[in-house]
Structures are given as structure tokens and as C-alpha cells.
Design a protein around this ligand. Structure first.
Ligand code: PPS
Length: 311
């Protein structure tokens, strides 16, 4: 059973500044290559990535919220925060999202994670091959959220114009190529999903899609509760669903990233549209066919059907 009261007490004692503030305030977008994958030097470092992979000690009752960027990470962070508190939104209204379910892989303020009492919740965009080695002999749980890659691409493309974490693309066409080649931060979406899906039959792994959350928000929240061994009353589940809705998160300054510095994300641009299928507004027919061809090639033999495969 998950009980997060201790975490919040401990976290409550820590000032709610974003992890980014402890980093150098540079606006330039630089990547460094770590084991063949691009990372933004604005918030990531070789030291931290090496530490996370080789030294970070995963505990059996840790829970990891893992995604490729722009797949619904913050949405899941909000859902998990609310589940922890039996649907009570106070924590979400008073503590920034990055303090509640902190990032494992980001440099700065990570001591917060290392010193916390259990159970600990972490967020991460890491591909499986860079994940802590100690995870693979633990019983820690992973919730992996995936999203239609064409929507991920479009969300990332817009985000790239609002942040110094991603190089601003010269054109959408160029960005499609970067995404398909896996030269965007965190590498190839295909490798990321394929890598994590190798865990799909394990009992400590839950695969969720953004589309599933959109289609059946309540049912998916219940599925997450079951996976975590957390029993919530009907009205508590209603509250989780209500307070993790797009509109409420968009208005909540603790959740909408408006407290983050502009070089991380321009004000009020993070909660952009929150819909499925936005790719249709920007992909040309030729780009769609090209993308689908590569998708089929790269995802063949993967025994998983997602809602977006039906569209
Ligand atoms: S990040 O920067 O990688 O951590 O971004 P991430 O949180 O993974 O994804 C951001 C996209 O998720 C949308 N979002 C939501 N959609 C629906 N409901 C809720 N509650 C919600 N919260 C965040 C957010 O708007 C981004 O998608 P786009 O398509 O850009 O709107």
C-alpha cells in the first residue's frame, strides 16, 4: 500500500524552488552525446547520468514514472500526486510538480531524491539502457506512458520554440527528420518504446498510453491505483480525475510550469493543447506516409497494439 504522507512532510521542509534554478542560467542550446544519445546541457550532465546508471540505489518500493518526452509525463505526475493523497488536491496546489515527483535524471537538487524516505516516486525520460542498474534486481514499479509518436513529434516541435532545452528547428520538415533519426534529446522514440516494452510481461511494469488516458481517464486512474496497491473510494477517484484534468492543471501554477524560468519554458506555453491527433493539423500527406513507413519498419515484431495504430 502506498502512503505518501512522510514524503510530503520531508519535502515540505525543502524550499519549493525549481531544480533548474541551481543551474547556470544560459540560454544557449547545447547537446552532449552520452552513449550515443543527445542530452541538453542546460539540465543534464555526464556526471549525473553516470551516477544514475551505476550508483543510484533503487529501493523495492520505488515507483518510476517513465516516458519519452512529451508523452504525458506531467499528467502522470499530477495523477500520482493525487493518488498519493487520496484525491486531496492540496499538495498539488501548494507544492511545485517537480518537488512532488522529482526527476531522476536531471542535475541539480537531486540530493532531494537520494535522501528521501520511502516510498519514493521519480520521473524519468531515460531509455532503458541508461536506467539504474540496481533497478533490474529490484521489485520497484515502473509506469511507462507512451503517446502517438506523431503527436509527440508535434508537441516537441512546438516546445522547441519555447525552450532552450531543444534546438529550435529551422522547419517542421527538418524536425520530422531529426525525430525519425533520433537526434532529438533522449534519442529515438522507437528505441525508447521498444526498449521499455521488453518489460511488458513483468508484474512490476504498467504500460499506459496518453490516448487511453484521454479516452477513459477514470478507468485508467483505477488501473494505476490497482497497480500501486492503493484503494481509493469512488469520490477520491473522482477527485483525482477532476484535479488532473487539462483545464485544472493549466490553471494551477504549481503544475503548469509557469514557475519555471523562461529559458526552460516560456510562460503559459507548456499546457499547450492536451489533445490527441493534433499531428493532423501540421503533417502533410507525404510526411504522414513517410512517417508511417518508418514506423512500420521500426516497430515490426513488437507485439503491442496501441490506440493510435487504429487511427
Ligand atoms: S515533458 O516536457 O516531456 O515533461 O512533457 P510531458 O509532460 O511529457 O508532455 C506534455 C504534453 O502533455 C500535455 N498534457 C496534458 N494533456 C492532457 N491532459 C492533461 N492533464 C495534460 N497535462 C499535460 C501537454 O499539453 C503537452 O501536450 P501538447 O500536445 O503539447 O499540448
Amino acid at each position: 500500500m502506498v502512503d505518501c504522507s512522510l514524503i510530503s512532510l520531508i519535502r515540505g521542509a525543502i524550499p519549493p524552488d525549481p531544480p533548474y534554478l541551481s543551474l547556470s542560467c544560459t540560454m544557449s542550446t547545447d547537446y552532449f552525446l552520452h552513449k550515443g544519445i543527445n542530452f541538453s546541457s542546460v539540465m543534464y550532465s555526464e556526471e549525473r547520468l553516470d551516477y544514475v546508471e551505476n550508483e543510484f540505489q533503487v529501493r523495492d518500493d520505488d515507483v518510476f514514472n517513465i516516458t519519452f518526452p512529451k508523452s504525458g509525463t506531467n499528467w502522470m505526475m499530477e495523477i500520482l500526486s493525487l493518488i498519493c493523497r487520496n484525491g486531496d488536491p492540496t499538495w498539488c496546489q501548494e507544492v511545485p510538480i517537480w518537488e512532488r515527483i522529482p526527476w531522476l535524471d536531471i542535475s541539480g537538487r537531486w540530493q532531494l531524491i537520494d535522501k528521501e524516505e520511502t516510498p519514493r516516486f521519480h520521473s524519468s525520460h531515460l531509455p532503458i539502457q541508461l536506467f539504474p542498474k540496481s533497478f533490474f534486481t529490484s521489485k520497484a514499479k515502473v509506469i511507462y506512458t507512451a503517446r502517438d509518436p506523431k503527436d509527440v513529434l508535434v508537441s516537441l516541435y512546438h516546445f522547441a520554440h519555447e525552450t532552450s532545452l531543444i534546438k529550435t528547428p529551422n522547419s517542421f520538415e527538418e524536425f520530422v527528420e531529426d525525430f525519425l533519426q533520433g537526434t532529438v534529446p533522449f534519442g529515438s522514440w522507437f528505441e525508447h518504446v521498444r526498449g521499455w516494452m521488453s518489460m511488458k510481461d513483468k508484474s512490476n511494469f504498467l504500460f499506459i498510453t496518453y490516448e487511453e488516458l484521454k479516452q477513459d481517464h477514470r478507468g485508467t486512474v483505477m488501473k494505476i491505483c490497482k497497480f500501486l496497491g492503493k484503494e481509493l473510494k469512488n469520490e477520491d477517484i473522482d477527485s483525482v480525475v477532476e484535479h488532473s484534468s487539462f483545464n485544472i492543471m493549466k490553471e494551477n501554477k504549481m503544475s503548469n510550469q509557469s514557475l519555471a524560468p523562461d529559458y526552460i519554458v516560456n510562460k503559459n506555453s507548456f499546457m499547450r493543447k492536451g489533445i490527441s491527433g493534433d499531428w493532423r493539423t501540421i503533417f502533410t500527406k507525404a510526411q504522414e506516409e513517410y512517417f508511417n513507413r518508418i514506423y512500420q519498419e521500426k516497430m515490426k515484431n513488437l507485439d503491442v497494439k496501441c490506440l493510435w495504430d487504429e487511427s
